[in-house]
Design a protein around this ligand. Structure first.
Ligand code: PHE
Length: 356
């Protein structure tokens, strides 16, 4: 796929592309939908094989944000930014790049609100906000923000796993269940802790060598990358990058359900049907992981306390997943299709509310 066809086929509103001549980085800001409110979504910063894959990632991630906020029934639209770093990026250039990125957000004048994502942190949000304020979520508490979005995202994913267990056999408890987590980064790590506390057996895999020791130190069982998909478990929880549920991996899976934090887990929409055909229950990613976006923006933009945010995230994830599973069961359609129907209905409602 080339950039031209990606843009032509995209169902979003706007895409901004900026070349940062000083570092050679590309910044892509994708505005998927402002129908329910200003477009919000995190900033992903990493190297990509080429510009086309960076644009593709930004477009898909932005669409996911629209779904997430609509699933949460929240008055916010979907957008996402990707900072595609050159392969030879000098980390001393990082602060300057983030400030120039902040200036770009400022220029957009409230069309796009950002937050952290893979490769960026709350400390980075502080730097971006120096020029990009007030359109930046999840700054550090010292800078007046609600801090890291990982823990509240992880809490939401934990409730997604409970709702998934409930759908599997009527019992939401995770005690005695075997969960395999792919990636113990900021969200996977929180999830692992909550699962241990709930009495689950937790295994994990991570491509970062230092993560192996970190996970083992809290009693998680390490699974080598080559055994990841075929390891027998109750729930497989992808908490790393997207595209991992595909024609190669789905036939290998040895689990009853998939529920995790990674965005865009399905490589193609057809992969949801592949899971259905294998009777593997799939909890759509953008519902499992809506806790960060909903919780942090709720605290910062709507003045929720942390306790209110946690309760609302838990309720939104649980209720939406229950609805999705029920519709999927009743109509014999994949959970992905069911979730899209439910979210589209909420989007229509958003249009009425705003009279657009
Ligand atoms: N990374 C978050 C997500 O994918 C985005 C986000 C975090 C947006 C915090 C706003 C605030 O959902």
């Amino acid at each position: 796929m080339d950039i031209e066809s990606l843009l032509r086929e995209w169902d979003g509103e706007d895409v901004f592309l900026h070349h940062d001549a000083l570092t050679g980085a590309f910044i892509i800001v994708a505005i998927h939908s402002t129908r329910r409110g200003p477009a919000a979504g995190g900033t992903r910063m990493k190297t990509y094989p080429d510009l086309t894959s960076a644009v593709q990632d930004a477009l898909r991630l932005a669409g996911g944000m629209t779904f997430k906020f609509a699933a949460a029934d929240f008055a916010m639209g979907g957008g996402k930014a990707v900072i595609a770093l050159p392969p030879s990026f000098d980390t001393r250039e990082r602060t300057g790049l983030l400030k120039r990125y902040g200036a770009l957000i400022k220029q957009l004048g409230g069309l796009y609100y950002t937050g952290p994502d893979v490769g960026t942190s709350s400390a980075d949000m502080d730097i971006i906000a120096e020029t990009g304020a007030p359109y930046v979520f999840a700054r550090t508490p010292l800078a007046g923000g609600a801090g890291d979005s990982g823990p509240i995202t992880g809490l939401g994913v934990y409730h997604a796993l409970r709702a998934t267990c409930e759908e599997l056999d009527g019992n939401p408890s995770l005690a005695g269940r075997h969960v395999l987590i792919q990636g113990i980064g900021s969200v996977g790590w929180t999830l692992a802790g909550l699962l241990k506390d709930a009495g689950a057996e937790v295994s994990f895999s991570d491509i970062r060598p230092e993560a192996a020791e970190q996970g083992k130190s809290i009693g998680l069982r390490w699974v080598p990358a080559e055994e990841l998909y075929s390891t027998r478990c109750d729930i497989f929880a992808p908490c790393a990058l997207g595209g991992i549920l595909n024609a190669q991996t789905i036939p290998q899976l040895n689990c009853r359900a998939v529920a995790g934090a990674a965005n865009n887990q399905l490589a193609t929409p057809g992969d949801a049907d592949r899971l259905l055909a294998r009777s593997i229950l799939y909890a759509p990613d953008y519902i499992c992981n809506l806790g960060g976006a909903m919780g942090i923006t709720g605290i910062e933009a709507l003045g929720w306390t942390r306790e209110q945010a946690e309760a609302r995230v838990a309720a939104a994830v649980t209720q939406t997943l229950r609805e999705v599973f029920a519709l999927s069961r009743a109509q014999g359609i994949s959970t992905d299709r069911a979730a899209r129907r439910i979210v589209e209905r909420r989007m229509e409602k958003g249009r009425d509310v705003q009279g657009a």
